[in-house]
Design a protein around this ligand. Structure first.
Ligand SMILES: O=c1ccn([C@@H]2O[C@@H]3COP(=O)(O)O[C@H]3[C@H]2O)c(=O)[nH]1
Ligand SMILES: [Zn+2]
Ligand SMILES: [Zn+2]
Length: 254
């Protein structure tokens, strides 16, 4: 099974050198966006792609760098392309996404709801859902901001993709040692303290056996100064297409 990952952006929420940390995954001939932040429409455009090529979007949590591009996505799909993409979202986030974020822009005549723009698939935490052919994703609740639901992802059983999350050493150990995770994409704040994100100094305390599986994303603009200072962990670069080997989950630029 071919699984390719191309980050639309790898920047932190306020980064200006890189776009918002959103991923585009292709598998089984279809394309999924993981999160669709403010900069997603421009990033897609710069890659020569359109929203019409996106079959589905999955959200980790409600912050603008992860959902701020959804209004344009919804409007383009309805009024330009005339079809509904699939929206995979934790059941705990459905109402909040519509009532607190999207309704202001998307509400108009005919009393639209979230389902007027997307085929909505609410997901319960811990349930594995086939979001694309040959691509299963399980949501894992992870801590980001107190009282704010937030989810990290386990993709095809072996690939952990963090939603924004604080450092959780026990979780990372358990994923690798007990749950067969072989690849980790983790958000990384370059400077301490890591109050709502994992910061680099915390991630550097991980043993070599976990660091070598770990790629860093959601980083600040001074990332170039940190190249070579991340132990065995490597940075993921935006816009590069990475092929994920289906057997050993190694990552290679195409
Ligand atoms: O309690 C809070 C809430 C928010 N923030 C900042 O706002 C940003 C929102 O997007 P993000 O989750 O990628 O990163 C967050 C932080 O940079 C914070 O530092 N502390
Ligand atoms: Zn973020
Ligand atoms: Zn966030």
């Amino acid at each position: 099974m071919d699984l390719n990952v191309q980050m639309l952006g790898t920047g932190s929420a306020f980064a200006k050198a890189n776009y918002n940390n959103n991923a585009m995954i292709t598998a089984g001939g279809q394309t999924l966006l993981i999160d669709c932040g403010i900069t997603a429409p421009l990033a897609l455009h710069e890659l020569g792609r359109t929203f019409n090529e996106i079959d589905a979007v999955l959200l980790t949590h409600i912050h603008a760098d992860h959902i701020g591009g959804l209004e344009e996505f919804a409007f383009q799909m309805k009024f330009i392309y005339g079809r509904k993409p699939r929206l995979y979202i934790a059941d705990t986030l459905v109402e909040q996404l519509w009532e607190c974020s999207l309704k202001g822009g998307l509400y108009q005549d005919e009393n639209p709801t979230l389902a007027s723009y997307f085929d909505v698939y609410p997901i319960a935490e811990g349930t594995s859902v086939e979001v694309l052919p040959e691509l299963r994703i399980k949501l894992l609740a992870t801590a980001h901001i107190p009282n704010k639901p937030n989810y990290s992802l386990i993709i095809n059983d072996h690939f952990f993709y963090s939603g924004d999350t604080v450092f959780n050493q026990d979780l990372l150990h358990s994923l690798v040692q007990e749950q067969q995770v072989r690849l980790i994409f983790h958000d990384c704040q370059l400077h301490p303290p890591g109050i709502v994100h994992a910061c680099l100094s915390q991630l550097l305390t991980l043993p070599a056996s976990i660091q070598e599986l770990t790629y860093l994303m959601h980083y600040g603009d001074d990332k170039p100064e940190f190249v070579g200072r991340t132990g065995l962990m490597r940075f993921i670069d935006q816009h590069v297409v990475y092929h994920i080997d289906p057997l050993n989950f190694t990552v290679n630029p195409l």
